[in-house]
Every structure is written in C-alpha cells, then in structure tokens.
Design a binder for this molecule. Structure first.
Ligand SMILES: [Zn+2]
Ligand SMILES: [Zn+2]
Length: 304
C-alpha cells in the first residue's frame, strides 16, 4: 500500500526492503577484494560476517542567516549621526554576515556634551599606528629604516574617532542589526566510531544524494493510516524499518541551536536519510550504503 506522505513521496520510499543486505549486494555484482594469506585476494562479501548492524544515517546540509537587533544609547559625533540617519534596513544578501547600525529614535539636542574620548586633547586622539611618535621603524638590524607614520602623516595624533574631530557629541539611541550565517554539514549517525567516520566521509563527499531519500526535518516524517476514514496519524518515525528518533532529534536540535542566535531571515536546508548495513568481520567493518533504491556502495574500515 502506498500512503501519500506530506513530502509528496510515498511511504514505500522508506520501505525496509531498501535496507542493503549482503545478499542483495552480491546479487548486484558488488565485490569487495581484500588481501588474504600470501597476498591472495578474496572477496569479503562472499564470507559470512560475525555480526550485522543496520542503521539510518541522516545527512544534513544547512545554511541559515539569523538577524539579531539590539538597541543601546551611544555617544556619537555629528558626522556619525549623519551616517546613522542615512542608514536604513538593508536587504539581506544571501548567506553573507553583516553588521550595521541605524538610528532608533530622534536625538535630544539637550544631550550635547564635550566628547568623553578626547577630553585632554579636544578633537584629537593619539595615533595607534605609531603610538603617538609620528614615525614608524620598519625592517631589522642594518636594514632598519625610520619612516613618517602613514596613519597620522607624522602629526602624532588623528581626529578622534568618536566625535570625528568635533570635540562634541550627543547621546543617540542606536539600533545594531547583526546578520549571522550559520553552517552545518554533518552526518547524524548511530554507528560505532571507526566505521561511522568512513561512512560519514563517503556521504559528505557524495555530491548529490538520491532525492528519493530526502527527509523534511521541519515536519513529522512518517504518517500511518489508522484505517478510520483515511485518517493519518504520526508515530515514532521509522525509516527503512529503523527507528530514527535519535538521529532526527539530534539533527533538529543542532539546527534549532543554529537558529537561536536571532530571527531566521534566510535558510537553505537539505536532509537525507540513507540506509546502511554494517557487516562486521574479524579484520574489517564493511558498510553497505544504499546510494539509491537500486544501487549500493561498499565502504570499508580496517580494524586496528
Ligand atoms: Zn601615527
Ligand atoms: Zn572626541
């Protein structure tokens, strides 16, 4: 029976029969040569494994932009004030981090005051390029050379950055907008470490995973028909006959953490559930990874 899911795919897409097995791998003509005694090659797949383990690996690639906005009073000079007045809400460039400031309220002229950053030398502050010496020394030993500081042109001081040289400031309510870009490329796995790393590397290197294995992490995944007027209920998510509560839960939690640094304003997200069967041999772990409904890839990791 094919039950339409919310994904537009069908429940049979994630049927247990898609889970790779040694028998199907051999039927597909897969051969895994390993060196045996005296350099003789043998096909690992022809041998009975000591143990078999099934898993569903959840591959997630996501990029998201979050925007955080905060307001605070700041002491600013006249030209900074002009810049703040001219800045408006910016359109977001896709997945580019940016920070900008705008004016949150009208400025009260009564807050005019002498600039607190340059009270000893009104309008000027010590050049940080030359530490107030007016010159810089470049090179070492005999090739040492003294040059006029390019930061202050030898004047030893520069216009105060807070008041832009005006020696006077006002208190402005400033809104800081910050677009942060979060990135995630990870395989959520329930496999033991050694073979997990090999399988993860293989899955992350795969340029394109089968669209039929796509899962939507924003929605519950597996619907079940109750038989009552075609009603569909959601239950513990099983994909390919495996309970995927843990890898899906982990993937969702990590994505939620990425999104928590502000309001999500842009997002691109891809998740795939890939059925894997690990055959454990004395010398090797061999993972049979379904790359589609019909094809399989063998990924091997040697034991210490
Ligand atoms: Zn200088
Ligand atoms: Zn100043």
């Amino acid at each position: 029976m094919r039950i339409p899911s919310e994904l537009g795919a069908t429940a049979s897409t994630y049927d247990a029969s898609v889970m790779p097995t040694r028998e199907r791998a051999r039927a597909l003509g897969l051969v895994v040569p390993v060196k045996g005694w005296f350099g003789r090659e043998r096909d690992l797949l022809a041998e009975e494994p000591e143990r078999t383990r099934q898993s569903v690996e959840v591959v997630v690639r996501a990029l998201l932009t979050t925007r955080a906005i905060r307001e605070a009073d700041d002491e600013v000079g006249a030209s900074t004030l002009v810049r703040l007045r001219d800045e408006h809400e910016r359109p977001t460039e896709r997945f580019v981090a940016a920070t900008w400031r705008t004016l949150a309220a009208r400025v009260d002229a009564r807050t005019r005051r002498p600039c607190s950053s340059c009270s000893f030398t009104p309008g000027r502050s010590t050049c940080i390029g030359c530490d107030g010496r007016g010159v810089i020394v470049i090179g070492q030993g005999r090739s040492q050379e003294v040059r006029t500081c390019p930061g202050c042109s030898g004047k030893k001081s520069v216009a105060c950055s807070r008041c832009d040289g005006a020696a006077e400031t006002v208190i402005a309510r400033v809104r800081t907008h910050e677009d942060r870009v979060g990135e995630l490329e990870h395989v959520f796995s329930s496999l033991p470490e050694a073979i997990r790393d090999a399988v993860s590397r293989h899955l992350l290197a795969a340029t394109e995973l089968d669209p039929a294995f796509a899962v939507d992490l924003d929605r519950p995944i597996v619907p079940r028909e109750t038989g009552y007027r075609g009603e569909v209920v959601l239950e513990t998510p099983h994909l390919f006959g495996i309970d995927v509560t843990i890898p899906l839960g982990e993937a969702r939690a990590v994505l939620a953490r990425l999104a928590a640094s502000g309001t999500v304003v842009d997002r691109a997200q891809q998740a795939h559930a890939v059925p894997v069967c690990v055959l454990e041999y004395g010398s090797h772990d061999l993972a049979l990874v379904a790359s589609s409904h019909e094809t399989m890839v063998a990924v091997m990791s040697a034991k210490e």
